[in-house]
Structures are given as structure tokens and as C-alpha cells.
Write a protein that binds this ligand. Sequence first.
Ligand SMILES: [Zn+2]
Length: 267
Amino acid sequence: MIFREDVRWETLKPQEFLARQAACPVVYLPMGLCEPHGHVAPFGLDTIKADWLCDEAAHRFGGIVAPTMNYHVHETGYHAPWLEEVMGGVNPRLGALPPQVVFQTLLYQLRAFRNAGFRGLVLISGHHGAQADLRRVVEAFSDAFGMAHFVRTDPELVAGRFTGDHAGRYELSQLLAIRPDLVDLSRAGRVGTDPLGRFAQNPDVEEASADEGTRILGASLDRIGQAVSALDLPDIPADAFLTLSDVDDLWDRFRVTQGDWVTLSAG
Ligand SMILES: [Zn+2]
């Protein structure tokens, strides 16, 4: 979901793209996922948070927002018992991909960013859980080819000040601040009567408020702003170009580390 067309790779024309990039060669990658968020909220809540934070951060701190990655890791490893407990199994309305698909895709997305002339990456994921592995992928790329980076999920941005949740007070407060028209708290009670049951809705969802959402989002943006100004952007020759096979080789080296991936581990 695009909130600010003047910072988006999709909606910028070459002149404005190059001017923004020259002023701040940082690219933001919003990552989200369509998954159940209770009866009160749309499936894409994680994506909407990430899109809004990236658009607003680029507007305030400079840089350009890349096309959103709207499929994410779920179902595997430690996610499986969570889904069993909260959903009664894997919900079919879930846009999950296997970790190796997401991580391989991310490597080639980073290649595209690097070849386009970006020297710093801010990756904000609205879906929590795979962040340790996402950082691993980005670090592998950065070690090989150079890219300053900051990779966080939204609850990590406000750790110690607010507590993240799934489809509860924390997440719904943000959506009430960003897109109140997409929230219907009058449906909160359906968890007891609807055939879909709880549908992953958190019991404290009715405590959500736009004011709290505004505070959460403000604190998140402050943290992103600190990170952008702290990025140590590497010097990359203007004619540097990574081929597909450059990244094929890196993926071949990365994929054999999957015994260490959090998203494939049970605990
Ligand atoms: Zn969520």
C-alpha cells in the first residue's frame, strides 16, 4: 500500500528518483504478509505497518522505498506449534513461502538495490519471527559486496517501550492510527460465535486506541531516523555491477548454513 508516492520507486520518474538517491542513497524494503489478524482487521496488517513506516521514514529522513515484499516466512520451524495453538493448524488464508524461497529472493532483491546505486538498506518487517535469519542474509550480502544495513521488525523498533503482539492492542492501535477505516472493533466479540473462531485475534484487542498507535509509530520512526543517520555507507564504484551468477555463488554458500536458520528450528 503506497502512502507517499513521492518516495516510492514505483511512482517516481527518473529525474526525481536520481535526485532523491543522490541526496540519500538509502533504500527501504517493507516486508509483510497476508495472514489472519482476527475479525476486526484486514489480512495485510503486517504489510500496512511496514509500508507506512518505510514511506514516512523516507519522507522524513531521505531515501527511496522499494517495492514491498508481501510474502514472508511462516508455517515452518517454531511457527508450527504457534499455529497449532492459535489457529488449530495452518490456516489456508496465509501467504507464506518457505524460508529458502524468501531468503534467496532477498539476496537478489539486494543485488537489484546495489546495482541501482543504493549503498544503505533499511529493511522493516511488519511480520515478526524471521528477523534473525533476515539479518543473516543481509550480513552475508554485505560481507560479500558491501551494503550498510539496518534490519528490524516493528516491535524491535520500540522494544522496552511497547510490547509487540499479534492482532491485539499493540498492532490494532497502529492500524487505528494509520487506516482507521480498515478497522472494525465492533466485530471483536465474534471470536466466541464465528465458525472461524479466534482467527488469531488477541483478547486485548478492544484496548487498542489511535492515540497509542500514534505514540508507537512515532517511537518507531525515531528509531529508524537514528539508524539512518548512523549508517556507515560504503564507497561503491559507480560502474560496479553484480551479475546474477555473482549472487548465485553467494546463495550456494548461504543455503548450506540452513542448519543454523531460526525459521527451520523447532525452538
Ligand atoms: Zn501482525
